[in-house]
Design a protein around this ligand. Structure first.
Ligand code: SIN
Ligand code: MN
Length: 213
């Protein structure tokens, strides 16, 4: 923890989704995963496995592998099928909180088991940084870390719980962030435990004439 100010545009909305909304979201994500199975993402060049398991819904999905690295594509890397569509409750979340029209193009689904984590990184594979990143936590708590736009800027840690929403917009759109750890057994939402993170993003530039939301 530090007493410095985080970049503007960082928002943490604890308990945004109540238990029944969380259960409905999990059911929708199970449908997504049935059509677009979780796969093992690999780091560019080294081919090292990430500890999270991933899939996507939306017109575009974020993927990574040894050969071609970080990118967005319209199809699942293993099945070749188009990604399933984004659940309407998430489109509604974007409409209400992102203050950015048009709607999100990508929803990354990250699954963390008890030992998974995600190193400090920036979300910068998009062409549109005017749109925020909107993310939802489901299942076990995690320790989330957020810093500034420089890798060595001071960081602050906060615990995210099931149903929480985090928004990285404005000056925090390119802030470094990551997940240091999962707290196993802190939620009963997922019957086998673990944490799901859903991340909504715009990828391509806003079409000319689009409303500002
Ligand atoms: C991410 O940065 O892709 C995931 C963040 C999270 O799991 O909360
Ligand atoms: Mn990220």
């Amino acid at each position: 923890m530090g007493s410095f100010a985080l970049p503007t545009g960082f928002r943490h909305l604890p308990g945004y989704f109540d238990r029944s909304a969380q259960e409905a979201l999990v059911a929708e994500i199970r449908t997504v995963v049935a059509a677009a199975p979780l796969y093992v993402p690999r780091m560019p060049r080294s081919g090292k496995e990430m500890s999270v398991r991933m899939t996507n819904c939306g017109d575009l999905g974020w993927v990574t592998d040894k050969e071609r690295g970080y990118r967005y594509q319209p199809t699942h890397p293993e099945t070749g099928a188009p990604w399933p569509s984004i659940p309407s409750s998430l489109l509604k979340l974007w409409k209400n909180e992102a203050q950015f029209a048009p709607p999100p193009q990508a929803c990354l689904v990250n699954f963390y088991d008890a030992s998974a984590k995600m190193g400090l990184h920036q979300d910068k594979d998009e062409q549109e940084f005017g749109a925020p990143v909107v993310s939802v936590s489901l299942g076990d708590d995690c320790l989330f870390r957020i810093g500034g736009v420089g890798r060595s800027d001071p960081t602050r840690s906060l615990r995210l719980s099931s149903g929480d929403v985090v928004i990285l917009g404005e000056q925090s759109r390119l802030a470094f962030h990551g997940v240091d750890r999962i707290y196993p057994g802190t939620s009963t939402l997922l019957k086998n435990g673990g944490r799901i993170n859903l991340t909504l993003r715009r990828v391509t530039p806003k079409p000319c004439g689009a409303q500002t939301g």
